[in-house]
Design a protein around this ligand. Structure first.
Ligand code: HAM
Length: 418
């Protein structure tokens, strides 16, 4: 029997895995620079957390969850997204009792049973950031700008920021009723009619051209914001302009999760085909109460690491690479190998990354391995050199070679690398 990775999942393999880590780090770095602290929550949570938090009517909850019963009879679900778990942890550990906003970032896998295609997986990785407990427009602008900065730092240029406001519990219900009465006047199929009742906003996101044609002139939320929401949205846009972030108004933007209100956004990239969203987020001021917590506002985003990598490829941006090690030991003989084994340990203890050729490879094979490792220097040592007390230190870029006393090797290498 032969196994392969389950459908819709993938392996992150070297050497591309270095780019995966670099992208993850670059996307989280702006948040770290803004004082966001790292949080890790379980990969599975109580199923009801997602049903209540993300919303029963969403595709994510109704169709895509990996739900199972554990041996204790609990219904658990592999997390389809990170925000509900982070909010659960904040409430459970009363992080909001301290200074506000609570600023957190995270990175890790999520699971959705979607139809796999280019850029859409059942197991995918996000970097996320959440700012909880303050509802100032300036904080919204900070959150959005941090995502913008992450993409720009990676060299991405062909992405757009779509921005809108989804209103709040004051202005959304009357807008929803208005939209429903508009939609009820249209010729729609039975499925779509059902959606009009359940979640009329999602009908605006229908991809079928014939439905889109009917939607011409549909009322949009931004034209019906209450005073507070309109002021909030104006504030967000002013502050975004202050820090040079460019956005497009996207009154029809519909997100796949139900917890959003007010500021809502998505980053889309032109090189990805239909799965164009490389990241998205927004305000979720009702989430805490929906999962049994106190009234607690929040805003955040999650950026797709996999799709960001695809976007970089689409823009021909050289993916970040990393040398495996700085120094590579090439032993010629068993006694030399034992000596180099100790030497690489001392190098590592001194903070220099080092490896050596294992398995008695001979000069040619070991030098090839040294080149492949990306090392700057090779230490070549023969059994006879041990008596003489010196090894050959070879600069792998220039090919130059010098003899260095064994007891001076660590210091010499440190000096050369500094
Ligand atoms: P989301 O829009 O569902 O939001 O996902 C965010 C990003 O994760 C997407 O823009 C996309 O790049 C990536 N992503 C989602 N599903 C897949 C998939 N099947 N395959 C590959 N990549 C995918 C959230 O998850 C919210 N929790 C974001 C948030 C945080 N809102 C507030 N705080």
């Amino acid at each position: 029997m032969r196994f392969s990775a389950p459908k819709g999942s993938y392996d992150v393999l070297p050497p591309e895995s270095a780019a995966f880590l670099a992208v993850r780090d670059a996307l989280s770095r702006p948040a770290i620079l803004a004082g966001y602290e790292y949080i890790e929550t379980p990969i599975f949570e109580d199923t009801a957390l997602f049903a209540r938090g993300v919303g029963e009517s969403t595709d994510v909850v109704s169709k895509e969850m990996y739900t199972f019963e554990d041996k204790g009879g609990r219904s658990l679900t592999l997390r389809p997204e990170g925000t509900a778990g982070v909010m659960r942890a904040v409430i459970e550990h009363k992080l909001h009792a301290g200074q506000l906003p609570v600023k957190l970032w995270y990175a890790g896998p999520n699971f959705r049973y979607e139809r796999p295609q280019h850029g859409r997986y059942r197991h995918f990785t996000q970097v996320g950031a959440e700012a909880i407990g303050v509802d100032a427009p300036m904080l919204d602008a900070e959150v959005v700008a941090l995502a913008w900065d992450g993409y720009r730092a990676l060299g991405l240029r062909e992405f757009r920021l779509l921005l809108t406001s989804l209103g709040d519990s004051t202005c959304r219900p009357p807008y929803r009723a208005l939209l429903q009465s508009f939609l009820n006047r249209l010729e729609l199929d039975a499925d779509t009619r059902r959606r009009v009742e359940l979640n009329p906003l999602r009908v605006l996101d229908d991809k079928r051209p014939e439905v889109q044609a009917e939607l011409e002139g549909a009322p949009v939320m931004v034209d019906h914001l209450c005073r507070d929401c309109a002021e909030h949205y104006d504030g967000v846009r002013t502050r975004l302009a202050d820090v040079g972030v460019q956005w497009e108004e996207a009154p029809q933007l519909v997100r796949g999760l139900d917890y959003y209100m007010r500021t809502t956004f998505e980053f889309v990239h032109s090189g990805l085909g239909s799965q164009s969203a490389i990241g998205g987020g927004g305000r979720y001021d009702g989430l805490s109460a929906a999962i049994g917590g106190p009234e607690l506002t929040g805003i955040g985003w999650a950026l797709g690491v996999d799709r960001t990598l695809l976007a970089m490829r689409a823009e021909d941006i050289a993916l970040p690479t990393r040398s495996r090690v700085q120094v590579y030991g090439v032993p010629l003989g068993a006694a030399a190998a034992e000596r180099l084994f100790v030497l690489v340990a001392s190098l590592r203890a001194a903070g220099v990354s080092a490896d050596l050729a294992y398995g008695g490879r001979g000069l040619k094979g070991a030098m090839k391995a040294a080149d492949r490792s990306g090392a700057a220097y090779a230490v070549v040592l023969g059994d006879r050199d041990i008596e003489a007390g010196a090894a050959a230190l070879k600069d792998l870029r220039s090919g130059e070679q010098i003899a260095v006393p064994l007891d001076a090797l660590v210091a010499t290498i440190q000096e050369l690398l500094s």
